[in-house]
Design a protein around this ligand. Sequence first.
Ligand code: M6R
Length: 619
Amino acid sequence: MCGIVGYIGPRKAQDVLLKGLSRLEYRGYDSAGIAAISSHAVEMVKRKGKLKVLYEELETHPIKGNVGIGHTRWATHGVPSDANAHPHLDCKARLAVVHNGIIENYSELKDGLIKEGHKFRSETDTEVISHLIEKFYHGNLEAAVHKAARLLKGTYAIAVIHKDEPDKVVGARLDSPLIVGVGKGENFLASDATAVLDYTKNVIYLDNNQVITITRNKVTVKEMSGRTVRKPVTRLKWDVSQAEKGGYSHFMLKEIFEQGDILAKILDERIKGQKIVFEQLKIRGVALKKFKRAAIVACGTAYHAGLAGKYMIEELVKMPCWTDTSSEFRYRDPIVDKDTLVIIVSQSGETADSLAALREAKKKGATVVSICNVLGSSIARESDGVIYTHAGPEIAVASTKAYTAQLAIFYLFTLYLAALRKTIPNSRYAYLLKELKKVPALAQQLLSEYKSEYNSLAAYAQEFKRYYIKQHNKSYFLYLGRNINYPNALEGALKLKEIAYISAEGYPAGEMKHGPIALIDENPWVVCIATQSATYDKMLSNIQEIKARNGIIIAVATEGDKELIHQNINYIIEIPKIDELFSPLLVAIPLQLLAYYVSKEFGHDIDQPRNLAKSVTVE
Ligand code: M6R
């Protein structure tokens, strides 16, 4: 939610800030702005709308200066408008602030500041920060930020510039991410590392309650007490090309097509001969043997990966396990204790509800392992152990490669636990490992079928749009799956909802008769995950029940399935043969592509769907 960036160095701040914001736009895109110090004054341009509106404005009215801050917004307080866009100035336009997060006590602070004579120009919570810093400024920006930060309740990552101190950018963080990009003769602040990758791979991850000052040649981090802290510099392995579209029309498509390689890399990193290794896990084998239960906690797509994880853990580790959404987990009184292994799954590692769930679990004495993609993220740092998915930056708001990477990590981790706890025979372990190793090549083979833009899924999407119009926009999707592919039914529906804005529901197929079957007439398109499995026959019965009520069926089938051909199915998507346990990794791919093509047919903004942001850092 919102992306912030700051720069000081020899380059034109406007260029660096715009480049950084373009990398952060996935975090929010309803308005954007930049401010820089030029000729001892703060110059600012901010506009409602996507970043390209700001680009156009700056083309005609460029901002000079080599020190500046920028922001891309996902509105929380105040509608998207020029006035509510960041940066926000103080009364006399001496300083400018950008902010990611929510200031919960803003209205109380605002009342006080208004009484003291401060003039507000926006409806945002952020503007109180500008006026507070103004109030405390007596020639030392860092000291003023310290004082202001102590009064703020809620979450924030901020970056501030002041015209009287044109040689620095000051930042601070509490529960919203902030990193420093360390360059040569230049330094950067940003919500995440993708914003600085064009310039440096050396980053510092800030912790809560730290205030940071960057000058051209120096980075100073202080605790709220004023004590200076030394922070390690991490060298990133990410490449800037990973944050670019690389010839694909959308990031989502690029990320879908990366999945074969990512799966290969994940397995390669963790499988050594017949052994699975988690060398950096920090939680010892003896401890992992003792847990009596596991709880998996996550949001959105990561939650769906976690649901599949539950099936894996119960089947292979024979340990009771449940999966919960973070927002539910954190506000009830979940039964977790020192015997519980809590697994938090999060691509960004910054999701507010998941972070709060993690803290709740730790408070109750549980051991927390997180599965994260973003290196050094808050969730990764606060967990007892972290397993990185190493899927590279995921830019499209709709998560795809992070999902299959999370699934792959779950397979490896559960097999690892199963071997450790001796819950499956060696022969089964060896067989499963062999099957799992086949997946990356099969995923690659599957993806190659969809390389051309005129592929069967694109054609189904076209058919759907025609049908939708014929049915007076009443058509919609149902996704049915069973067992370990039930989470894929939820995930397929989520993908379609979020990028195609078509109503879609995911259901365990066995629940059809308990209600949803009432929806079936000629309107819904029902995606039935009917791959070879122990419940295959049951799914065939579901298909017949839907057909009998005129529903249109897209079946996801195992290649070479002759039986399905006799079921009078409208459309078939084939996936390569693989053990049922691992089929979710392959089934997920065409479901992602189907949502992509439906969205494309309807002409929506695939990478930046309305109302969403990639990383939900507010409640
Ligand atoms: O970064 P996280 O994995 O914690 O994010 C969780 C959800 O916000 C995320 O998966 C969201 O549902 C995606 N937009 C789904 O495509």
